[in-house]
Ligand binder design. Sequence first.
Ligand code: PEP
Ligand code: MG
Length: 880
Amino acid sequence: MSSKKYVYLFEEGRADMKNLLGGKGANLAEMTNIGLPVPPGMIITTEACKEFYVNDRRFPPGMEEQVREKIRVLEEKTGKRFGDPANPLLVSVRSGAPVSMPGMMDTVLNLGLNDETVEGLGRAADRRFAFDCYRRFLNMFGDVVLGIEHAKFERILERYKERRGVALDQELPAEDLEQVVAEYRALIERETGQPFPQDPMEQLFMAIYAVFNSWNNDRAIVYRRINKIPDDLGTAVNIQVMVFGNLGDDCGTGVAFTRDPATGARELYGEYLINAQGEDVVAGIRTPRPISDLKVEMPAVYQQFASICERLEKHYRNMQDIEFTIERSRLYILQTRTGKRTAQAAVKIAVDMVHEGLISKEEAIMRVEPAQLDQLLHRRIDPRGSVKVIAKGLPASPGAASGKVVFDADEAEVLGNQGEKVILVRTETTPDDIHGIVAAQGVLTSRGGMTSHAAVVARGMGKPCVCGCEAIRIDYEAGEFRVNDLVVKKEDVISIDGSTGQVILGEVPLIDPELSPEFLELLQWADEIRTLGVRANADTPEDAAKARAFGAEGIGLTRTEHMFMAPDRLPIVQDMILATTTQERQDALDKLLPMQQGDFYGILKAMEGLPVTIRLLDPPLHEFLPNAEELAVEITRLRLTGGDEEELRKKEELLKKVRVLAEFNPMLGHRGCRLGITFPEVYAMQARAIFQATVQLVKEGVKVFPEVEIPLVGEVRELALLRQLVDEVAEQVMKETGVEFEYSVGTMIEIPRAALLADEIAREADFFSFGTNDLTQTTFGFSRDDAEGKFLHEYVEKKILPENPFIVLDQAGVGKLMKMCVALGRQTKPDLVIGICGEHGGEPSSIEFCHRIGLNYVSCSPFRVPIARLAAAQARVKNC
Ligand code: PEP
Ligand code: MG
């Protein structure tokens, strides 16, 4: 019976077979087919991995025979034989998922070595080299396949290095390595109760088994969760003929990007190590040399490499991350993949490639991850401030961060979860540190280059990282690092700047970001493409101006309650709330009116020519009052100490009112339009302030478009009543001033009932704006603070919900209500303007949904406006 095809030779695959062959495998196949110098090999499909899991971790029937068959092909191609002592074939075995997961799964190099073939390799090449390969193989196989702790191998090697008084592995002579090999074999036998397997075929199947298994190791699972990679993709296994970068000084190995992954500059960017193998560069154990040195050291190889890089970039029409090995001055390409890059580089490369004629504007728009832009919109160190730079490393991932020094990933996680800002400081990081990197503000390492684990992972997460900072000497045991005479202890605060490589003592002043010319150009293309409007949520003229500078086309939400909290206003607001007579209340409101008018004047002016939605007071009134428990304590203190009688009486009175206003469930209580109904004077004062500011500006010749918004409406009569109030105030102000002005009145949609009856509500509304923060709370029946604090993370972990619905819009439920609301609303008023101003308005997947259901605009915080502009353009490209 012929079985399914589980194994492909490189020449049988193509770049578009990523799902089946994994990213690495598909690209090896593609490179082979375009004639690049790729050592021959085969790929076991992700399908085989999936069946492996379905079959209780057994290989699917027929797979093993296919592997054997392809090994015979590799033997023919190379003239070498598996297990042949005279001329042994050696292979690497690597994982390769459809989505790149750097360092997350396992690799075994030099497979095929045993006690006999090592002798053959020694004769063919060099004895020291052969035993060096063998001990690396035993170590990797022992660690990855047999599960023996890497440190146990490391300790044996360290002993030999100490005995010789040398620092580097290469300095050990052949006879030491032979003994290391003997000790490694003994270690394996001791740990597993079995001798090290000598049969290369047996080694191979054990290694394949381990790679399949590694798909579900802890760090791979965590990485997939963080990067939202589905668990069911499976990994392919790449088996490739070994080439050696550690045969001597005419050999080497390296990694290069076709453009600078940090800045996007169009120049080869990478690192290499002479006389080194495979993982030495990425592992960050020796600090590698910049690729430009290769131009001098091996000019012919460099030229060939540079032209291959150019070819690969043109072929894939994207920046590539390429691994290479030089064996006796011959260049081999071991891998190419789309290079990971910082946001700054992503933007520059996308824009440059449009100018170079490689890609279209639409493709450029799709090349930049909107969420990644966050990095560019973050603050950086103020160059004018004076800072104490204590050391400098490699600028591995841009941005600045301050935090307490921690030396351990677990500790970073604990402190990070407590809300502390920490900087993870390590000699180097490994994939096992990933949870610590997630929890930290930034990473500092004393070893490793720009392609080390810490650098790659931090760039992927958009966190600042400084690598290879050799000036710092870390002492894990003492919980400190030293730079010359300076000692920095655990929990001391430092800052790092991943754009310059600076390490700074203490916290540093940060400044707002500026947009690069490329970024502005990309956003301009986004504006040409998108149909969805982008506004900002802003409560001050400064924020409004910032939003405008970032390209906001209006204000989608001004929360007026923030204006009530200012220290000079709160006492007046409290007087207003605590008033016992209408007159007392009116007195307080009269004091607030000019202040509010000033607020609205500033915001409307900053947004000249653009619409500004101003929401009338929303939160429950007791939010403006002192805390009842604190007041009670204060009163008890006054009573016990026999304090001022008058003060005591006032406080007792206050406490009584605070208690009267307290609610069992303020989120569902006396707030929003319900306040407007019971205290119409408050809304009338706010409407007056808006319209008087409008008149002031109209008189100054400034064009303004105020939109008065009523929150938390669930029934059309609520809106009708309050709309009438607002219209009356507008009419009065026009009459009093003799100035005509434009305005509109609309409502938030944040209660399911409002969405269900949107056709009725639309009769009274000029616009709708989805308040999806509240709409999510009211649709799920979750109180956000309780849900996020207590159970929501478990819902996400147990996959009850795919995401936190307060961050990523719940399209299935909340989204369904929105869709229904849009249809019903426009049934009554076909041109009804509908936007969103909940936090989802700045989240890319939610923005795409808003585009699809036909909203007019999204509104988000000023710093997210560029992200929203890009996401809106992507939504258009995807849904055209
Ligand atoms: C909302 O509910 O989505 C909203 C924008 O209002 P707030 O967050 O102020 O309740
Ligand atoms: Mg709300």
